[in-house]
Write a protein that binds this ligand. Structure first.
Ligand code: FAD
Ligand code: DHB
Length: 388
């Protein structure tokens, strides 16, 4: 057994855990990040790709934006497709010039890992048997094994940034947290293809055969999503079937290229309240999940961590815990707005298997509305680019 200590022990080296460690370091606060996966696994895991303006601003302000400014693609609108029509939602016009940046989550993670490396503070990768205890004391502990040896990390505060399937949230005693949950009767098949995007802006398509999304990562890399069965096996989706289905649902003359990544994501909405128990603070997917249709998951994780890093700064430098006490309530306001928006976008654009036609009529009416009323379009736009 080897003992260590840190001001903040962070479980999970996803965007939330890594960014928290970086923001704390900039305030002179020490942290140790523990991660069950390897560095190369984290750098290759393909996930989200849309950064809100507020996320971009934060990454720039804390010195992480150099490559993002060079390689990120700035978009000022998205296209909605339905009933054989296409309509552009103009973010620039509707939100006073705001936009989004298309830059892959795995690129954000690579930039974060490089910054941690430069600071001499890389996560401990490939740890196992992680557990947390003594959460209601002033010295909570994280126990784990690494390289075959048992370790104990004593801290002042633990940040649970270990995603939806992590161990932090389930370590809170029954009854202390309330869960709000919804699952959807479909999933997304995510596809990464080495081919130039066939569109300048993202296309969200509602189609009788199901939802489809055309996104991108670079001028030579396209990202697509297809609504599929929630438990679909990617093996049932050979490349030819994917291209045929994309072409029909997007109603687009698509350029094809080698598919280099394929994976199924189930869809759910989930929030736990409060996002804190004793000295354990939950951030990102550990505390909430949104269906990906509004591209909010990564942005919410960043927003949580911004609030937590500021609160921890006050706590460690001035002994003031007001920010920590307000942490959950502050975050949950944004979380529930994003939950609603993601649920709403999902409901408007997907095919629901049990629907007899009523919901389809509502969807079409809603789509007609957001594409014909400036007020409705502005509501979609301001939520999509991110509220302050
Ligand atoms: P994560 O990125 O999940 O990071 C948590 C980290 O904790 C992981 O590295 C994990 O290995 C580690 N961990 C887990 N358990 C332990 C443990 N016991 N001990 C130590 N470490 C642990 N959002 C979108 O907006 N668009 C998308 O297209 C999209 N696609 C997605 C596809 C998938 C398969 C998933 C799972 C999510 C997707 N999301 C998407 C959501 C978005 O990627 C997440 O919201 C974002 O990753 C949240 O960051 P995080 O740091 O909170 O959690
Ligand atoms: C991407 C993911 C989303 O969930 C979304 O709504 C838009 C784009 C993407 O991965 O590029």
């Amino acid at each position: 057994m080897s003992d260590m200590s840190a001001q903040v022990g962070i479980v999970g080296a996803g965007p939330a855990g890594l960014l928290l460690s970086h923001l704390l370091h900039r305030q002179g606060i020490g942290s140790v990040v523990l991660e069950i996966r390897s560095r190369s696994y984290l750098e290759q895991r393909v996930r989200a790709g849309v950064l809100e303006q507020g996320t971009v601003d934060l990454l720039n302000d804390c010195g992480l934006g150099v490559r993002m400014r060079r390689e990120g693609l700035i978009h000022h609108g998205v296209e909605l497709r339905f009933s054989g029509r296409s309509h552009r939602i103009d973010f620039g016009e509707l939100t006073g010039g705001r936009g989004i940046t298309v830059y892959g989550q795995q690129e954000v993670v690579k930039d974060l890992l490089r910054a941690r490396e430069a600071a001499g503070s890389l996560p401990r990768f490939e740890v196992a048997d992680v557990s947390v205890a003594d959460l209601t004391t002033e010295r909570p502990v994280i126990r784990f094994t690494h390289g075959g040896a048992d370790h104990e990390l004593r801290c002042d505060v633990i940040a649970g940034c270990d995603g939806f399937h992590g161990i932090c949230r389930p370590s809170v005693p029954d009854g202390a947290l309330t869960e709000f949950d919804r699952t959807y009767p479909f999933g997304w098949l995510g596809i990464l293809a080495e081919v130039a995007p066939s569109t300048d802006e993202l296309i969200y398509a509602r189609h009788e055969r199901g939802f489809a999304l055309h996104s991108m990562r670079s001028p030579t890399l396209s990202r697509f999503y297809l609504q599929c069965e929630p438990d679909a096996d990617p093996a049932d989706w050979p490349d030819e079937r994917i291209w045929d289905e994309l072409r029909v649902r997007l109603d687009l003359d698509l350029a094809e290229g080698p598919i280099v990544d394929k994976g199924v994501t189930p869809m759910r909405s989930y929030v736990v309240e409060p996002m804190q128990y004793g000295r354990l603070y939950l951030a990102g997917d550990a505390a909430h999940i949104v269906p990906p249709t509004g591209a909010k998951g990564l942005n919410l994780a960043v927003a949580d961590v911004r609030v937590l890093a500021t609160a921890l700064g006050r706590f460690f430098t001035a002994g003031d815990d007001a920010g920590l006490r307000a942490y959950s309530e502050t975050c949950l306001r944004r979380v529930w707005r994003a939950e609603h928006f993601s649920w709403w976008m999902t409901s408007m654009l997907h095919r629901f298997p049990d629907d007899q036609g009523f919901e389809q009529k509502l969807q079409l009416s809603q789509l007609e509305y957001v594409t014909s009323s400036a007020a409705a379009a502005a509501s979609l736009a301001e939520n999509y680019v991110g509220l302050p």
